[in-house]
Write a protein that binds this ligand. Structure first.
Ligand SMILES: Nc1nc2c(ncn2[C@@H]2O[C@H](COP(=O)(O)OP(=O)(O)OP(=O)(O)O)[C@@H](O)[C@H]2O)c(=O)[nH]1
Ligand SMILES: [Mg+2]
Ligand SMILES: [Zn+2]
Length: 290
């Protein structure tokens, strides 16, 4: 019996980093057969099986779990966007932040490719800083802002997430100092990276600190969040919660709403509030369909 952490899952074959620092290849069997039973980042026990295949026998309780990317025990979620190619999608980023907040994972925001639109990248980073998140405008191409970014990493397990083609794998390779992850041109056709990442994978960066690359996405499904909880997942709204006339206020046009008032007084940024309303609408449609 041995203990270790799941580094990757390739079609049911798990790579495990064990306590001695070496890698084992393992299958999961029996009760651990469903796709979400064993996640990248899980700490597991496994049977090294003399002669036969090693088998995962137990998954330790998780500190947290994310469904996008499918992963467990993440300490920091680095949400990478590009300012251009592909264009920065604020709504998608706000949704990702909400999912991180819901899972109890600390987000850090990166606006990459600042070489393509320096001013816009700086403004976007400032926007999220004002919303209460550590944010960095960087350019891998021009080696801008990368050291500051690296200094803000807080492991032991740091996952990179974001749309396809924004430069997650490229950034990770730069941090690691080697081309471990595939990266490539964004296809003009599909808007996706051509050497797109297909599996979540953890790699050791330094002793006791791991970095995770994940596949990019173009769409994010939110259906696990309670309507009344959404405003709490907007960190910048928190100082104003509990002060509305109605205690079940959804801040969507009810009278005497403290959140709406804060937007009008410029204490909450209007675009964040619009994202909130947009996500709220999506959740309401989902509720209706259930
Ligand atoms: N202009 C510019 N291009 C960059 C920068 N960083 C990365 N790129 C390019 O962006 C493209 C996509 O990079 P990837 O690292 O493959 O992107 P990814 O986020 O891993 O994409 P997926 O794996 O599909 O999710 C590559 O052609 C990189 O060279 C940058 O700072 N500026
Ligand atoms: Mg990639
Ligand atoms: Zn309200």
């Amino acid at each position: 019996m041995a203990k270790g952490m799941i580094l990757k899952n390739q079609n049911g074959y798990f790579t495990i980093y064990n306590e001695e620092g070496s890698l084992s290849l393992c299958r999961s069997r029996g009760r651990l057969k469903r796709k979400t039973d064993v996640l990248v980042g899980d700490v597991v026990e496994f049977d090294t099986g003399k002669g036969s295949e090693a088998v995962i026998t137990h998954v330790y309780p998780r500190k947290n779990a994310l469904y996008r990317p499918p992963s467990a025990n993440i300490d920091q979620l680095v949400l990478v966007s590009a300012v251009r190619t592909p264009d920065l999608n604020f709504f998608l980023l706000d949704k990702m932040i909400v999912l991180a907040e819901e899972a109890g994972v600390e987000p850090l925001i990166v606006i990459n490719k600042s070489d393509l639109a320096e001013e816009a990248a700086r403004e976007a980073a400032y926007f999220y800083k004002k919303a209460g998140y550590p944010s960095f405008a960087v350019s891998l191409r021009q080696n801008e802002g990368l050291e500051e970014l690296k200094a803000a990493f807080q492991g032991p397990v740091i996952a990179f997430s974001g749309p396809s083609g924004v430069g997650k794998s490229s950034l990770l390779n730069w941090i690691l100092g080697k081309s471990h992850f595939q990266s490539g041109e964004v296809s003009r056709h599909t808007g996706r990276g051509k050497n797109t990442t297909r599996h979540a994978e953890l790699i050791q960066w330094k002793p006791g600190c791991f970095l995770m690359d994940t596949p990019g996405y173009t769409y994010l499904d939110i259906n696990t969040i309670e309507l009344t909880r959404l405003s709490y997942l907007f960190r910048d709204f928190r100082p104003f919660l509990g002060q509305c006339r109605f205690n079940n206020c959804l801040h969507a046009g009810e009278p005497d709403c403290a959140v709406k008032k804060a937007v009008e007084e410029g204490k909450i940024q209007r675009e964040r509030y619009e994202s909130y309303l947009h996500i709220l609408d999506e959740l309401k449609t989902k509720d209706f369909r259930r």
